[in-house]
Design a protein. Structure first.
Length: 501
């Protein structure tokens, strides 16, 4: 099967997240051929080596500019189309084209190495990150995104649409796959080749909430959309009712299992995990960004070592990193020796200031480690392996939350809200006592205390979660399920062009 894959270069948009990169790899391992384009900017996957997209032969160009397509065989190729630099200025298309080289140079200059941690010098890294994010369209503020994204996604320049068409003419795909719903309006403007268009159910709310008329654009071209894939039934039910009402019954939504790669590194020994985190701490301290003693001055092997709760997600308002803080404040009243590790990528905006202020106001500085971005996949695995429990604080319904399945892979007992994907995942594990009413920090504290009090439950959860990860919630199972859905959609479409019904 030949699959044309469109991903997004905006990190917050959903685009080529780790899960999309892993899906591409696993589809290729199953023998499928992929042509990948990234819309707007380079897809941000390099932070996690095990999820990198494999670039093909960079010497050979797409054989479409010579007038005749030559069969060069299959090359897993990656190209940025509709670069953000041509859509950021609020001007006519000819003016934007003239300004693009200067804008791109500014993006390159500002978008260099950015801080991964929070410390005395983090303001400079945060400021640089914020400016670059605004230029590239991955900011979480509302200063530039609505206009930029509307131009990029809804009113794509004709030259960029033609480039996408050229690639598809050469590649001759059997199916088009958009790694997030926000790319649907763009892809529906391409030539109708009588093949299905399938979209992953992510990225929609992030764009829609910024004032982009995405829902209306999809409604106008709903006849070109064949299928929506979701990581959970809850995502369709809780996050996409407006979308599904707009596209109508002719566009089904299917839930398939999501998860990380089957990798022996998830079984990293505890001693190795602690060694890696210690090395990371010393490295950060060298730059003046020490995130503190991970165990509060207690030796790693001591009996009185604190009970460590890990939080790992994008540090943004909707991800609810402050919920575990409130739960920790309650647990301290019980006298429980609980410690909270907060890891995750910093997003531009003021939420970090809010988080740091809450830590100070609740007198939790001696019990919280605000670690920030974990530079490599091994560091992330070490972070999860060295903890005693994982607590999710999502304040909105989480479509899947890849971090849930990563915690499963590490054998880390999961505490999650009773919204989004967590109930489905924990039902598969066979234990739902660690679910709590969403946004109820008192109940979250109770679930942490439950795991603290019951070491046997922690062991049972760890074993069950690892089994479910190996059997169901992994990238291989995700690719196999996606393949089945792609094949069914191809059979239904039967090379018939899409017609308005």
């Amino acid at each position: 099967m030949r699959i044309f894959v469109a991903v997004s270069g905006q990190q917050w948009l959903g685009g080529l997240t780790i899960q999309s990169a892993m899906l591409c790899r696993e589809l290729e391992r199953l023998g499928h051929q992929l042509a990948v384009v990234s819309i707007g900017a380079d897809a941000p996957v390099d932070q996690f080596p095990y999820a990198q997209v494999r670039y093909g032969d960079r010497v050979k160009e797409w054989p479409v500019h010579n007038g005749h397509a030559r069969d060069l065989g299959y090359v897993f190729r990656y190209e940025v189309v509709a670069h953000a630099s041509r859509y950021i200025p609020s001007a006519s298309e000819p003016v934007r084209r003239v300004l693009a080289p200067g804008v791109r140079a500014a993006m390159k200059a500002i978008g260099g190495p950015r801080g991964h941690v929070f410390g005395p010098r983090s303001w400079a890294a945060a400021a640089s990150s914020s400016v670059y994010a605004a230029l590239s369209g991955n900011s979480t503020t509302d200063t530039v995104e609505a206009g930029f994204l509307s131009r990029l996604l809804l009113h794509t320049d004709a030259a960029d649409l033609e480039r996408l068409n050229e690639i598809r003419r050469w590649f001759k795909p059997d199916v088009d796959y958009a790694c997030d719903l926000s790319l649907v309006p763009m892809l529906t403007q391409l030539e109708d080749r009588g093949i299905p268009l399938i979209a992953a159910a992510q990225g929609f709310e992030l764009v829609y909430r910024r004032g982009v008329r995405l829902l209306e654009a999809i409604a106008e071209r709903r006849h070109r959309l064949d299928l929506v894939l979701s990581g959970s039934e809850a995502n369709v039910r809780e996050n996409l009712p407006d979308l599904m009402q707009v596209v109508g019954p002719d566009v089904p939504a299917r839930a398939i299992p999501y998860g990380p790669l089957l990798d022996e590194r998830w079984d990293m020994p505890l001693s190795e995990a602690r060694r890696r985190l210690g090395a990371l701490r010393r490295q950060r301290a060298t730059y003046g960004d020490d995130f503190g003693d991970l165990l509060g001055g207690v030796a790693a092997g001591a009996a009185e070592r604190p009970f460590v709760v890990a939080y790992l997600s994008r540090l943004d308002v909707e991800k609810g990193a402050d919920l575990p803080l409130h739960a920790l404040a309650l647990l301290r009243r019980y006298g429980l020796p609980v410690r909270l590790w907060i890891g995750g990528s910093l997003m531009p905006g003021s939420f970090l200031d809010v988080l740091q202020s809450k830590i100070r106001m609740m007198d939790l500085a001696d019990s919280v480690n605000l670690i920030g971005t974990l530079p490599t996949s091994d560091d992330k695995i070490a972070f999860l392996r060295a903890a005693d429990a994982f607590a999710a604080g999502f304040i909105r319904s989480e479509p899947l939350g890849l971090v849930y399945t990563e915690a499963f892979a590490c054998g880390l007992p999961v505490i999650g809200p009773d919204s989004g994907a967590a109930p489905e995942l924990m039902a598969a594990v066979g234990e739902t006592r660690t679910l709590y009413p969403a946004n109820d920090t008192g109940a979250l504290a109770d679930r942490i205390k439950l795991l603290y009090d019951l070491p046997d439950l922690r062991t049972q959860l760890a074993e069950a979660e690892q089994r479910v990860f190996r059997e169901r919630f992994n990238a291989r199972a995700m690719a196999e399920a996606a393949t089945m859905e792609f094949m069914r959609a191809i059979e239904r479409r039967a090379r018939q062009v899409h017609r308005i019904k």
